[in-house]
Ligand binder design. Structure first.
Ligand code: PEP
Length: 250
């Protein structure tokens, strides 16, 4: 049995005060980890304060990190420092990082390894464009992305990874993927992991769908056999909507 995983990604939004108030507002409304794992990724500038104000089962996560632990890398976020703060999850390879910051599969793989090396777990995002989806070459594109991201990751680590299928044609558009298309993407990711490792490992990895998820469409998505959770952008910015996502099964 895979524990459902409800993730939020604030991106470069909110203020320190809003972040603090958000955490305080939702404190009594997050289900226990035995039921649902609820994870909220925020700017590194907010993490310490969020951790201090969090009194619920919420996991505070990072949106990104570098692949070296320390050194002359001005402006980068150290995975070692994140781990020392008590951060457990780091988003890696989000489509916005791939698009605007030109992150390659190889670079993303180094970050995935750095996250595991520092005893945290990556939320590995894989995307595809509408053009690829329509041409049908999204399958090989997705298989390549997943395969490249998890190079040299030990099976003992891989079972703790979280992988998100996030078609860029659904992210931030207000139009979520139809549930069967979302399931198809998540199934493909699970099969790719099974081919590289085993069915046993693939069946332990949580696979998320991301792209315009909200408190209404989450129900149909969560009924799909290979969708273990969601990664929500916009819907995670409003405390009550995020709480509704986390309590999707109530
Ligand atoms: C995201 O950026 O990961 C995302 C899924 O955003 P949104 O929910 O706003 O589409």
């Amino acid at each position: 049995m895979r524990t459902p995983f409800i993730g939020g990604n604030w991106k470069m939004n909110l203020s320190l005060q809003a972040a603090t108030e958000f955490v305080e507002t939702i404190n009594n409304q997050i289900p226990p980890v035995s039921e649902v794992e609820t994870v909220l990724a925020a700017s590194p500038l907010f993490l310490q304060t969020m951790l201090e104000h969090n009194e619920s089962p919420l996991q505070v996560a990072a949106e990104n990190c570098y692949y070296e632990d320390e050194g002359a890398f001005t402006g980068e976020v150290s995975p070692k420092a994140l781990s020392e703060m008590g951060i457990k999850y780091v988003i890696v390879g989000h489509s916005e990082r791939r698009k605007y910051f030109h992150e390659t599969n190889d670079f993303i793989n180094k970050k995935v390894q750095a996250v595991f090396r520092n005893h945290m777990y990556p939320i590995i995002c894989c995307d595809e464009t509408m053009g690829r989806y329509e041409n049908g070459d999204h399958i090989s594109w997705m298989v390549n992305q997943v395969t490249a991201a998890i190079q040299q990751v030990a099976a003992t680590d891989m079972r703790h990874a979280v992988v998100a299928y996030e078609p860029s044609w659904a992210i931030g558009t207000g139009h979520t993927a139809p549930a069967d298309a979302a399931e198809e993407g998540c199934y493909l990711i699970r099969q790719t992991i099974a081919d590289i490792y085993s069915d046993e490992i693939a069946n332990q990895v949580r696979i998320l769908y991301g792209g315009s998820v909200n408190a209404e469409n989450i129900h149909e998505l969560m009924k799909q056999p290979d969708i273990d959770g969601v990664l929500a952008g916009k819907a995670s910015l409003v405390p009550q909507e995020f709480v509704q996502l986390a309590n999707f099964n109530h």
